[in-house]
Design a protein around this ligand. Structure first.
Ligand code: SPV
Ligand code: MG
Length: 561
């Protein structure tokens, strides 16, 4: 349904229509939210918003542009204040064509001389001769394509001090000329003269009141006196002028915004009225690019590692500085450079010391009695349709993430085959056994075999049988995340207080225990095979090596591009 027919339909209903003035999209949206039936694109509001007097200083084009912005922001029909029609009958013809084509519901033209001034400015309120104004109404009728596009005639006789009889005479003439409604404007402090007008006029056209000076009147009283539309013409503008003045003044006086913070709309209110939520939804639906999320479980207390105790003091490992930047910031840079937009860090030990910009921090309050599986599951809400998990005690090359994000599998971990060639490390490694490759022996395989199917994962696997080491980086899609949540809940219920794979109890399960559970539940876990390109940070020598790597600018450039 077009807005012209909406307005026509509303006019056929019995009750009075309540219309509120706006000068921009924000006001229009608020008016709609509060359940009004339409919007008045007010000349006073629009000119004030442009910082100029309401005296035909703005051109028709400028007024139309703002009316269109208002119209686009709302489903409500917009009735446009078109002053005197911007000139003579020829200007009115052009104006009606433009306003109708723009999808506006109605125009109001007033019977003053061009250039007009606002009706509440004393002095210069000059009326146009009746015939001349009737000519404008006829021209407007003639110019419109759709008879539902309303042309309302506004009588300024009471404003100009010409009295009730002149107003009534004009009402008859304008109805005769084909107007669709009559605005009877008044600057009286009471509604008596417009009530008198309503009682005495002979015509049948819908009557419109603009109760600016006789503000005590209610919509019901106006309806009872035969009015069909009430326009609260300028209250949004005056409200915002008042509020802005108060707040800006208070900031000037106090030298801070502290005292005004709870007197103003919150940023969330602003985002809400701007439709930020819709944008998020639209982007999800139409951008074709799923947002990449990331989780960094950083809850562990590493002080039990002698090398780290001294370096860390009582900081979490993530706050360790590596070549002038914290480990956490380096991981954030890496994740962001691979396209992760939504990063969540799970704190635990000294989580208040986790300082990071642009990431959400969630705390695992039970970090001392739980482990990585529990910490990761604290961020369950964060999984989404593409999610990277990276342990907080590793650094790796960006190319690994790029390859990982190419995985077509639901759940992919990164495994390194170089571990077998390295000297033995003090820490127990997360070992992996993958399915043997299916390539017939002796034949070449054109496609590189990057991804393997994981059969076993855990610290207690036989090192001679293990083919790879899990580096602590995982990527899963929606199905993988759903499976992870489901199996975690199931395991918690089934193994409550009991050993769970390599953990003393399910509550203390490591992430690899949970992955093994998924494998045993026949959920396919795949692995991206790499050869070096990463390091854990567990000892003074690890730190030294990584510092050197990042201090060498050519290497840093290569890894960050
Ligand atoms: C306007 O809002 O611009 C009007 C109504 O014309 S009033 O200012 O009350 O005259
Ligand atoms: Mg006006």
């Amino acid at each position: 349904m077009t807005k012209t027919s909406t307005l026509k339909e509303l006019l056929n209903q019995k009750s009075i229509l309540r219309i509120v003035g706006a000068h921009n999209a924000l006001g229009a949206k608020l008016i709609e939210r509060h359940g009004f039936e339409g919007i008045w694109a007010s000349g006073l509001e629009i000119s004030a918003a442009h910082g100029v007097p309401d005296a035909n200083i703005l051109t028709m084009t400028e007024n139309l542009e703002d009316a269109q912005i208002i119209n686009d922001a709302t489903k409500l029909p917009v009735i446009c204040d078109c002053d005197t029609g911007y000139g003579n009958a020829s200007n009115v013809i052009h104006m009606v064509r433009k306003y109708e084509a723009a999808g506006l519901a109605a125009v109001v033209i007033e019977d003053k001389r061009f250039p007009k001034v606002n009706s509440f400015i004393p002095g210069r309120q000059e009326l146009a001769p009746i015939d001349e104004f009737c000519g404008k109404i006829e021209a407007a009728r003639n110019a419109r394509k759709n008879p539902d596009f309303c042309i309302f005639a506004r009588i300024e006789a009471l404003i100009a001090g010409w009295g009730l009889d002149e107003a009534l005479k004009r009402s008859d003439a304008y109805e005769e000329a084909g107007a669709d409604g009559i605005v009877i404007h008044s600057k009286s402090k009471t509604p008596d003269e417009i009530f008198m007008f309503a009682e005495k006029r002979r015509g049948k056209l819908p009557l419109i009141a603009i109760p600016t000076t006789y503000y005590q009147v209610t919509a019901d009283e106006l309806a009872a006196h035969g009015f069909k539309i009430v326009i609260y013409a300028n209250h949004g503008l005056r409200a915002s002028l008042y509020a802005m003045n108060q707040i800006i003044g208070e900031i000037a006086r106090t030298g801070s915004t502290k005292s005004v913070e709870n007197k103003i709309a919150s940023l969330n209110d602003v985002f809400d009225i701007q439709g930020m939520a819709d944008i998020g939804e639209d982007e999800k639906k139409f951008s074709g690019k799923e947002p990449i999320r990331a989780i960094i479980p950083a809850a562990s207390d590493y002080r039990s590692q002698p090398d780290l105790r001294e370096l860390l003091g009582n900081q979490p490992l993530s706050m360790l500085e590596i070549a002038g930047k914290t480990l956490l910031d380096r991981q954030m840079d890496l994740l962001r450079s691979a396209g992760a937009t939504d990063i969540c860090v799970i704190g635990g030990y000294q989580s208040s010391q986790l300082k990071v910009k642009g990431a959400q921090i969630i705390t695992n309050p039970d970090y001392e009695h739980s482990s990585t599986a529990q910490s990761i599951m604290y961020a369950e809400q964060h999984f989404g349709s593409k999610c990277i998990i990276t342990y907080s005690d590793i650094m790796f090359d960006r190319s690994i993430l790029e390859q990982l994000l190419e995985s077509t599998h639901d759940f992919t971990i990164v495994i390194d085959r170089a571990f077998q060639t390295l000297p033995e490390r003090s820490k127990k490694l997360d070992l992996v056994i993958v399915e043997k490759t299916k390539t017939p022996s002796g034949a070449r395989n054109l496609e590189p075999e990057l991804f393997h199917r994981v059969l076993k994962i855990g610290k207690q696997l036989d090192q001679r049988k293990a083919s790879h080491e899990f580096i602590g980086v995982t990527f899963f899609k929606k199905k993988g995340g759903v499976e992870l949540s489901k199996r975690w809940k199931e395991a918690l219920a089934k193994f409550k207080g009991k050993p769970f794979y390599e953990a003393d109890s399910v509550e203390k399960a490591g992430f690899t225990d949970l992955i093994q559970y998924l494998i045993d539940c026949e959920f396919p876990i795949h692995a991206l095979e790499i050869n070096h390109g990463w390091s854990e940070i567990h000892s003074a020598s690890d730190i030294e090596r990584i510092n050197t790597y990042f201090r060498n600018p050519s290497q840093e450039h290569a890894s960050k591009k």
